[in-house]
Design a protein around this ligand. Structure first.
Ligand SMILES: Cc1cc2nc3c(=O)[nH]c(=O)nc-3n(C[C@H](O)[C@H](O)[C@H](O)COP(=O)(O)OP(=O)(O)OC[C@H]3O[C@@H](n4cnc5c(N)ncnc54)[C@H](O)[C@@H]3O)c2cc1C
Length: 444
């Protein structure tokens, strides 16, 4: 690889997700020169990926260009590249871009490189399951859903049709619950209207979870409500059960305490059961002497510095601190805390304090669960709250406007504007989603 030499800046931010953008906005407004390096050009709103996969929203609506968001700040320099190393004592970062290797000097480094799927040591599952972590993951799953319904409509083999219309979602956290609920809704409110001969009853959606409750992060009344609502909508919820094997056409379920596994067939299996820190967390750990947990997350200091370094910070999903959840508010508040420290607005060494404003998940149309401190809401009120919060946090007026229009079309009507029947969908592992021409909208 060509060595393109070195330049310097005051602050380097790595990533373009929630933590990185929150830090970048603070530095940008303060006029501090910084370089933001990310391996993707977009700021991805991951909580709505399942709506891209189910045709409600387009990728552009949840993934505006990070370059466009920061364009109005002359002190912000956005670079597309993959950060691969750090020389902590020399205060230098190494990144690869356009086939060249660059070195960039900094005074402060803020890392927010997030997490990826974890298969708990069964990495071979990645080849036979669908994931929901990136825009391309969502597009692949969307194509697969369309393919399954189209082929089920035309095949003359009833067994094959049954398998095509069977979906297994592994992991009943918020992502699994939202996706399972949405696939079932899609069957009844969209495909039943547009494909003759297929009804919602022909479509099996199974949500399988190792714990004894759906949405284990909530527990109690909210978990019970989630399970009951999913079942009422026709989703099968299987608890206390691990998936021990997966291939292209099915999975083996093993209930806790049972000797033998049971084979379940399905053409689409989605894995949403765990996360582990992205590779850059491991690099930082090695270069700074910082410990990591079992998921590879950096055990950062209370002020979000890494290892013995006062000039290197890490925030969000790549870190572990005080059992804070891997959620966007933790990343955003961490990003702001670190930016304030770098700017000298917060004294060095100040511990990060997370303000928990609550969490929420949508189950299906008009049903959600919300927890704000000790207040627990379910049903329609929680759903309206979910709608309002997601509208506020989507980046860019245009994206908010289009998303609201799409939600009205999908939730009140029967529209799924982002299924592309004209394309030739491909089976798992063979789609190059980069080739697609999804609208990419710009949020200024
Ligand atoms: C499907 C799904 C649903 C979710 N739903 C919710 C929800 O409802 N509510 C909630 O609060 N949270 C939710 N989350 C979690 C939330 O999205 C994360 O907590 C949040 O994105 C973490 O932000 P982050 O900045 O740490 O990392 P990310 O947002 O993941 O950003 C990481 C960034 O780092 C970049 N990167 C990685 N490695 C490198 C490298 N070596 N060099 C350069 N760039 C790199 C990536 O391209 C990316 O831009 C969900 C997550 C998923 C996947």
């Amino acid at each position: 690889m060509v060595d393109a030499g070195m330049d310097r800046t005051e602050v380097v931010i790595v990533g373009s997700g929630f933590g990185a953008l929150a830090a970048a906005k603070k530095l940008a407004k303060a006029g501090t020169p910084f370089v933001l390096i990310s391996e993707t050009t977009e700021h991805l709103f991951q909580p709505l990926l399942y709506q891209v996969a189910t045709g409600v929203l387009s990728a552009g609506e949840i993934a505006p260009s990070i370059r466009a968001i920061l364009a109005k700040y002359p002190n912000a320099d956005v670079r597309l590249g993959r950060v691969v190393d750090v020389h902590a004592d020399a205060k230098e970062l190494v990144y690869e871009a356009a086939g060249e290797r660059h070195t960039l000097g900094y005074n402060f480094l803020i890392a927010a490189t997030g997490a990826r799927q974890s298969y708990f040591g069964r990495d071979e599952f990645a080849k036979v399951t669908y994931a929901l972590k990136t825009v391309n993951d969502a597009k692949r799953l969307r194509d697969q859903i369309v393919r399954c319904f189209e082929e089920a409509h035309t095949t003359t083999d009833p067994e094959r049709a049954k398998n095509l219309l069977s979906f297994i979602v592994i992991g009943a956290g918020a992502t699994g619950v939202e996706l399972a609920g949405q696939i079932k809704e899609l069957a009844g409110r969209y495909f039943e209207q547009s494909i003759r001969g297929i009804t919602a009853d022909d479509v099996t959606v199974t949500l399988v979870e190792g714990a004894g409750v759906a949405m284990p992060a909530y527990g109690g009344k909210l978990s019970e409500y989630t399970k009951a609502s999913l079942e009422k909508s026709g989703v099968e919820v299987v608890l206390n059960t691990l998936v021990t094997d997966i291939d292209e056409h099915g999975a083996t379920f093993k209930a806790h305490g049972s000797e033998a596994g049971v084979r379940r067939t399905a053409e689409t299996i989605v894995w949403s059961a765990g996360v582990q820190a992205n590779d850059f967390a491991g690099v930082l750990a090695e270069r700074t002497g910082c410990d990591t947990d079992r998921a590879g997350r950096l055990l950062v200091n209370p002020d979000l510095t890494v290892g013995g370094r006062a000039d290197i910070f890490a925030v969000g999903d790549m870190t572990s601190l005080n059992n804070l959840p891997g959620q966007s508010p933790v990343a955003m508040q961490g990003g702001r805390h670190v930016a304030r420290t770098v700017l000298g607005k917060t004294p060095r060494g100040t511990a990060f304090k997370f303000r928990d404003k609550g969490s929420m998940a949508i189950i299906n149309r008009f049903r959600a669960v919300t927890k704000v401190k000790s207040i627990e809401l379910t049903g329609f009120i929680a759903w309206v709250l979910w709608l309002a919060v997601h509208m506020v946090y989507l980046v860019g007026f245009r994206n908010r406007y289009i998303a609201v229009m799409s939600w009205f079309g999908s939730f009140l009507g029967h529209r799924r504007p982002h299924f592309h029947y004209a394309q030739e969908p491909s089976p798992v592992g063979t789609v190059d989603a980069d080739d697609e021409d999804d609208e990419v909208s710009v949020a200024a």
